[in-house]
Design a protein around this ligand. Structure first.
Ligand code: NOJ
Ligand code: CA
Length: 549
């Protein structure tokens, strides 16, 4: 049973990606904000402690930080808050020395309103860069050109009194959208990709990848009539429309085909990749971003597990649906958390965190882990006077703010969890359970979530079946359970997951017996042989079982 991945596995297929949110990972210079030198200091954590394959860094570019770096004022420099280019070069060198890969964020949809391009564009209607952004005349009554809304609430158009036109912004008004229909923008932005390719990065995570291009005629979006949530979570104003004209446009694919050619030109000696932020839940439409001939993104991020209810049936359907509809040769991937989502341990409850990790790291496809999830880190409640996220500020109390999942990494039990100096005030509060929940404490406790995750990573990274074997769901199991097989030509694993809060009994007499190599139950770290005709799984219990071949 050979999958395409088995034939030519690339590092981004045969590997685990770990997302670092630079502001929150490790403060190297004691100003309360994480930085590049902090990450360099912790590289052994990825390579030795965890054993992941690649790190993805959220933006560290020059930025006024209106959206914490997703508002870029210079795509080819490091913000002084995070360090400088020499620090970055050292980080790349040290990363590669350890056999790790490094993925950087690329933010093509919009720049900062402080980017020199925008300052020029805004300066007059006949500035040569005017058309680098999306400018439109007001309607005759002075109102915005159409009904598009910003992802962070309110109109997507901001009026500029000096030139009498509106500019478009899918997110904050401090994040004007670039005009990707202008070839000069394509050229300049591709130049920024080359800049980082030449500095040795192994890949790019593409922000808002699906909608960098908007409708050429700027038509109004149809209104929704069903009151339903449009994506995977409620988004206020944004949910009132069908995003037909400000969402994915056919022409976007041409841009990614070109970009892929650029990346491929740099891949002969060092295989590089792109993974795009694609919030599309129809697998067929989502998969279009791989490209008809697999010539666009190496992977669109798959957020299906974020949308699915945390129930065995729904999770299985999400996985089966992907497996059935993903084009041949396209490599799957799964995400359970990132800097925009409530932490998984908070969303489903801390008692389910191990089950979630077991699922993520045994499915067929590249897993992306979010920093701290390996510790079971939970959302931190942020007092009103400590709120940082502009989304929370614009929509207070709606639960849309993302600060709770962006709090400092918990390294040890010292003040500020070892994230920054003891006397320093970190940019966001440290979790108040950090004294128990931190890297040092969990490393010392054999049955900890961290040691569970480390063992799981080790098992995955050394198993052909888990890395690139086939996937097959097993029928005839209790409703609250999801059981599947991962098989390669010389190895078979059975994964048993109980999503319910009751004990379940799974009967699979045809499978004989198997060796439990990992269990979510603390004492289960030791290996033992079990008969599969009757397996009891406690609430939120999960097992990874190696079957005889
Ligand atoms: C998606 C990013 O993940 C998010 O953090 C950001 O606010 C928006 N894009 C806008 O750049
Ligand atoms: Ca710092």
């Amino acid at each position: 049973m050979e999958t395409p991945g088995e034939k030519t596995p690339q590092w981004w297929q045969n590997g685990i990606i770990y997302q670092v949110y630079p502001r929150s990972f490790k403060d190297g210079n004691g100003d309360g904000i994480g930085d590049l030198n902090g990450i360099t200091e912790k590289l052994d954590y990825f390579s030795e402690t965890l054993g992941v394959t690649a790190i993805w860094l959220s933006p560290f570019y020059r930025s006024p930080m209106a959206d914490f770096g997703y508002d870029v004022a210079d795509y080819t420099d490091v913000d002084p808050m995070f360090g400088n280019l020499a620090d970055f070069d050292r980080l790349v060198e040290e990363t590669h020395k350890r056999g790790l890969k490094i993925i950087v964020d690329w933010v093509p949809n919009h720049t900062s309103n402080q980017h020199p391009w925008f300052l020029e564009s805004k300066s007059s209607k006949d500035n040569p860069k005017r058309d680098w952004y999306v400018w439109k005349d007001p309607k005759p009554d002075g109102s915005p050109p159409n009904n598009w809304v910003s992802g962070f609430g309110g109109s997507a158009w901001e009026f500029d009194p000096a030139t009498g036109q509106y500019y478009e912004h899918t997110f904050l008004k401090e994040q004007p959208d670039l005009n990707w229909r202008n070839p000069a923008v394509v050229e300049a932005m591709f130049g920024t990709v080359e800049f980082w390719l030449k500095r040795g990065v192994d890949g790019f995570r593409i922000d808002v990848a699906q909608s960098i291009l908007k409708d050429a005629e700027f038509r109004d979006n149809p209104l929704r009539t069903d009151n339903a949530v449009a994506g995977h979570k409620p988004m206020g104003d944004y949910d009132t429309q069908v995003h037909l004209y400000d969402g994915p446009q056919e022409e976007t694919h041409g841009i990614y085909r070109q970009l892929r050619q650029l990346i491929d030109r740099y891949s002969a000696e060092q295989p590089r990749m792109m993974v795009g932020e694609i919030h599309i839940f129809d697998v067929v439409k989502w998969a279009q971003f791989y490209g008809e001939n697999l010539d666009e993104l190496h992977m669109p991020f798959n957020f299906g597990l974020l949308k699915a209810k945390w129930e065995a049936q729904a999770i299985r359907e999400t996985v089966d649906n992907l497996e059935e509809n993903i084009p041949e040769g396209a490599w799957p991937n799964y995400v359970l958390g990132n800097h925009d989502e409530p932490r998984i341990a908070s969303r489903i409850g801390p008692g389910m965190a191990r089950l979630a990790m077991l699922l993520l790291l045994t499915l067929r496809g590249t897993p992306t882990m979010y920093y701290g999830d390996e510790l079971g880190m939970q959302d931190v409640k942020i007092p009103a006077d400590k709120v940082q996220d502009p989304w929370e500020r614009l929509t207070p109390g709606m639960g849309l703010g993302r600060d709770p999942e962006r709090t400092p990494m918990q390294w040890d039990a010292s003040p500020n969890a070892g994230f920054t100096g003891p006397e320093v005030t970190p940019w966001l509060p440290v979790s108040d359970i950090y004294e128990q929940e931190n890297v040092a404490a969990e490393l010392a406790e054999p049955g900890s979530m961290l040691n569970f995750t480390r063992r799981l990573i080790e098992l995955r990274q050394n198993s052909p079946a888990l890395l690139s074997g086939s996937y097959r769901a097993v029928n005839g199991v209790p409703v609250g359970c999801f059981v599947f097989l991962r098989e390669s030509s010389n190895e078979r694993f059975l994964i048993l997951l109980n999503f319910s809060d009751e004990t379940a009994t799974i009967q699979l007499p045809d499978l004989g017996e198997g060796l439990v190599v990992l269990s979510t139950e603390e004492e289960g770290l030791a290996e033992k042989v079990i008969a599969l005709d009757e397996v009891r799984l406690g609430p939120a219990g999960g097992l990874l079982v190696k079957l005889a071949y």
